[in-house]
Design a protein around this ligand. Structure first.
Ligand SMILES: Nc1nc2c(c(=O)[nH]1)N[C@H]1C(S)=C(S)[C@@H](COP(=O)(O)O)O[C@H]1N2
Ligand SMILES: [Mo]
Length: 363
């Protein structure tokens, strides 16, 4: 089998963490992530759903009547296509070990558990109102059709997570399209939720049921997991919803391999911020002592990502510690240390990159 320089089978754009697939960002990172390069995070395995017999159930005491929708019924409502990031709650978990000295259990993602796609679907609010949403409804439990999750002999039931009604009615999509294609099986075929700017687990794949209720219900996916646990976390501050502000340097094919002393190179990367847009990206080439403003390039919309660039002329050979940090439009700036928590969620600190600069070859 042919292998590329990372030791992966040629044509494989992922780092494999068991069944979880992390996107490898090489060279120029496109604004839209191709479907076959989009990270995959499955708690059990992808459901095999027959779209012809598939039905979305809307149930619970928060709607006037139980309703079911076929895929073509959903598609007959006015649809929308939005460019949105989808990011795993554990994106960057590896940096709890690398930068903060505490390894946290779970998939050791670098920064490749995020992608941006054009998602096509119907607003969740359209369907809830069509099903007779009551004013007294407080939340929607989205339930997936993948196999129930069994761990240590305990059956936790189907992957599901409650969504507060305010977010459900705001900008959430029931999506069937991804970059102009039907959803691939790994990404939730035939339909999934897309919850802009929120922890990836909110965007339930292989959507089977929306349970709308007038009282709050929990699931292990918002109590046991996908909640902050450990010192300093309490009922008041441990709920996970919005993703933090984050940024990265796209090094492969960039400064790591290209930079030579005295020669101008272009640092490039991306920044994103949950539900917000980005207001500023700063880069340090001396380990965080001095900071330089990068230029934001192209689209910069909330719940998406923006590219940035900064020219850099290394003045000496050897290793340089580059640090990137972003500020979002709500004023959040990446801290030096991410708030620690037992499961390594929401790594949000400025990420450091060691870049080796070569001497100019003698002419
Ligand atoms: N039904 C179901 N929905 C799910 C999951 C799952 O395992 N089952 N994984 C969640 C998690 S943790 C993430 S990060 C995203 C990943 O979406 P993707 O695999 O399409 O990138 O889907 C979420 N929705
Ligand atoms: Mo996730």
């Amino acid at each position: 089998m042919l292998r590329d320089r990372h030791g992966r089978p040629e044509g494989d754009h992922f780092v494999h963490h068991g069944t979880d697939l992390e996107t490898v960002w090489e060279g120029e990172v496109p604004h839209l992530t191709p479907n076959d390069r989009f990270f995959v995070r499955n708690h059990t395995g992808p459901a095999a759903v027959d779209a012809a017999s598939w039905r979305l159930l809307v149930t619970g005491d928060g709607v006037g009547r139980e309703a079911t929708y076929t895929l073509s019924e959903l598609q007959s409502f006015t649809s929308r296509t939005d460019e949105l990031a989808l990011e795993c709650t554990g994106n960057g978990r590896r940096y709890f070990a690398d930068q903060q000295g505490h390894e946290r259990p779970g998939t050791q993602w670098g920064l490749g558990a995020i992608g941006v796609a054009r998602w096509t679907g119907v607003p969740l609010g359209t369907i809830l109102r069509h099903a007779g949403l009551l004013d007294s409804a407080v939340q929607v439990m989205a339930v997936g059709l993948d196999e129930p999750y069994v761990d240590g002999g305990v059956n936790h039931g189907r992957v599901r997570r409650p969504l507060p009604i305010a977010k459900a009615l705001d900008d959430v999509l029931i999506a069937w399209g991804m970059n102009g294609q039907p959803l691939p099986r790994d990404h939730g075929y035939p339909a999934r939720l897309i919850v802009p700017g929120w922890v990836g687990i909110a965007s339930i794949k292989w959507l089977g049921e929306l349970r709308v209720t007038t009282t709050a219900e929990t699931s292990p996916w918002n109590t046991k997991w996908y909640r902050m646990h450990g010192v300093g976390w309490s009922d008041e501050n441990s709920t996970l919803d919005r993703m933090p502000v984050m940024s990265c340097l796209d090094t492969v094919g960039g400064p790591r391999s290209g930079a030579t002393v005295g020669r101008k190179t272009h640092l490039r990367g991306r920044a994103w911020a949950g539900e917000a847009a980005i207001s500023r990206v700063e880069v340090s080439t001396d380990g965080g002592r001095r900071w330089h403003d990068a230029t934001l390039v192209g689209a910069n919309e909330p719940s998406c990502w923006v590219a940035w660039t900064l020219p850099w002329t290394p003045g000496r050979a050897g290793s340089h510690d580059l640090v990137v940090r972003a500020t979002d439009t709500t004023g959040r700036r990446q801290p030096e240390r991410a708030p620690d928590n037992e499961d390594g969620y929401l790594f949000s600190a400025a990420v450091r990159y060691r870049v080796d600069v070569a001497c100019q070859a003698a002419g």
